[in-house]
Design a protein. Sequence first.
Length: 283
Amino acid sequence: MKDCSISTFETAWCPGCGDAAILDALKETLISLGKKPHEVLIVGGIGQAAKTPQYLNTNGFSGLHGRALPPAAAAKIVNKNMTVIIDTGDGDSYGEGGNHFIHNIRRNVDITHFVHDNQIYGLTKGQASPTSDIGHVTEVQPYGSNNTPMNPLLLAISLGAGFVARAFSGDKEHLKHIMEEAINYKGYALVDILQPCVSFNKINTFQWYNKRVYKLEEGYDETNKLNAIERSMEWNDKIPLGILYKEIKPDFHDKIDFLKEGDALIDKSIDLENIKEFMQDFV
């Protein structure tokens, strides 16, 4: 089988878009991990970032707006040997998909969630997103957004997520390292990737981030939840990059014996007569 490489062709993204750097980092990470196309499923919802599955030589699924997590979780549950990655945007993940985001943390299905966080709705021409700062002016919010911005890292840590990290599309080597750690983590892994939108967000630019982001210091204790919560609340003047929190805990399969032991569900035999009986209940 070929590796997870991709031929070069034009994408639908604007020149300079942070999505392109994330795509390159993901390609190189999958190749570095030795993943084959049939071993990987990339799932997106709706949005500019959600186009990523269309540009990779792997299995791909494009869902409805905000609905990337359910098919990704289902695919992993029935095929525990598949590497399942969600690659989509902040609006798709935290806005329309906010409820799924919350409850997949509780389930802890072994999937990796890369969120392209540009603090704007890029596909639909620049509305404020769940992570837009208060006062962010757009054509739809001419007086500025008056909603409190969501802090996805703080939310994920407080809800019990076992792997919570932040990266920046302007630092590809560090992003690749975080991606590799997240994919190798056994359980739900969230990576919020700061991704400037060059067309609709003129505030949170590459220059804006470069003045503020910093890597977590050597010796940082990623198992200290209270410290992780404090770091997750840093914003504006100082924005930390790295694995803020990591905890080894049972994933969805570990908690259900018939999923944990033996073959994946897709490899088990099917009793068609039993299925017919179940279907009769809906007739």
